[in-house]
Write a protein that binds this ligand. Sequence first.
Ligand code: CDP
Length: 218
Amino acid sequence: MNDRVRLAPVIAVDGPAASGKGTVARALAERFGLPHMDTGLLYRAVALKLWRWGGDAGNEFEALRACDDLGFDPGDTELRSEPVSKIASMISAYASVRAALLQRQRDFAQQTDGVVLDGRDIGTVIAPDADVKLFITASAEVRADRRLRELQQRGMTAHYDDVLADIRARDARDAGRSVAPLKPAPDALVLDTSELGPDEAIAAALRLVEKRLGSPGP
Ligand code: CDP
């Protein structure tokens, strides 16, 4: 193990919608003092721009145009709204959109001080040489339950069956697309959080990272 691995690891966290990958990635970034990029926000930012334009998510060219000069406020609550989530899931299947967002993610991943990125294709496409690759998953039912509670906390009304159907549709789009489909990298450590609360999931992820890096964390 070299010093860079120990002191400045690149940690890739992938997984399906509402698997808890964001929670785990944020906690790892904090624990190791590393910068963190939630790559889903980039796709959401493109989706939000397209939505505000009244553009057509079924049109790859329009989606690609929305990638130009992509600036966004990560605190914009509309980024996490349901219409934007749906559009993000659709436009992320376009090869040209993925290509337009690739360099920004690679540049972030190549910072010399180590990083944490979370998304769908971090361990497979964005940072295939990452020091640690985690694939966070959970059953569709558990994820639907989490997403429902998240929506309710934000004061939205939603029904479990609709949320579950939406999660399944998103899984099918993520796993079925021809470019960068959602799948664990061959060397990814898979963590199923179906039976774990947030703190337990974070603790389990931390153990996996420390084991892979070969030393206890900071
Ligand atoms: O966790 P959730 O699926 O709700 O959202 P997210 O991680 O913010 O991702 C938003 C959308 O972008 C998803 O529908 C993914 O399909 C897509 N995405 C992607 O294709 N590749 C990434 N590296 C990150 C997100």
